[in-house]
Design a protein around this ligand. Sequence first.
Ligand code: ZN
Ligand code: ZN
Length: 365
Amino acid sequence: MNVIYPLAVPKGRRLCCEVCEAPAERVCAACTVTYYCGVVHQKADWDSIHEKICQLLIPLRTSIPFYNSEEERQHGLQQLQQRQKYLIELCYTVAQKYLFEGKHEDAVPAALHSLRFRVNLYGLSSVELVPAYLLLAEASLGLGRIVQAEEYLFQAQWTVLKSTDCSNATHSLLHRNLGLLYIAKKNYEEARYHLANDIYFASCAFGTEDIRTSGGYFHLANIFYDLKKLDLADTLYTKVSEIWHAYLNNHYQVLSQVHTQQMDLLGKLFENDTGLDEAQEAEAIRILTSILNIRESTSDKAPQKTIFVLKILVMLYYLMMNSSKAQEYGMRALSLAKEQQLDVREQSTIQELLSLISTEDHPIT
Ligand SMILES: [Zn+2]
Ligand SMILES: [Zn+2]
């Protein structure tokens, strides 16, 4: 199925593997512009990102057509740039989603692509490269390749240092990843320093109560939890839960109002409406389920805290149009409330939540 087309490549262009840059032996038969050292890397790239971008790569990698006028040429170049920007974002989101799902191996090819398109578009010293370095660092950490992670982080740090226009958001991400690196190296002092900086820069960029700031609190909480400083960990987990609760409750209220007004009119359900991209949804699931696990270990002493997280998960899955998961978490909240004999009001709010979900149990897709 896969053949090599040596003549299809412009003279002088080196054929190298999309994943490892070793000399290529194969080509993707679908786009004929993407090369691999062997079937292993071809499959890895296909599963990670190539399936989604295969056809989009063709115009980027074939020679630029002849234009009749300068205007046409400019227009053509602009379109290519747009396409590259789109690919940068797409590859970034896909890699990020894999990371939040804990699929570090799958994240690597997508993250590498995001980096390469950035290099093409912005050059080697641009801060635009930093988010991609950070993805690669995080993936490397997840794979236990600490030295490699340090190299990517060093590149990112160096690029930020040289730049004069690095955003607070990028500073925040850099510090978050340095924090994760030092957590992996069990250097909790350094990790805390970087996570505090992450929270500072994220707060400058988005505000202290933003979901994008909550990641820093969450990792810091994990450190305190590991150090058995449970009070500090508890306070931070509560803060993270409250931030997500406020965010999702806001969307949930809007959606349930819209529903009662327009549900019959349109006769169908709305699209997924978390206001989050796929990567953020995966992050929300990861953070909230991990807090849930921690809360459940103390459910007998503080059942309200467990129920609070369960209710947030109900809203999250409800907004993600996954009503069976929403119902599952709702039932767990209800049975815990009954079991712990919480007051009737708590029980009835969960009942309300559950009845709202079950009226929309048959999503039309
Ligand atoms: Zn390879
Ligand atoms: Zn292809």
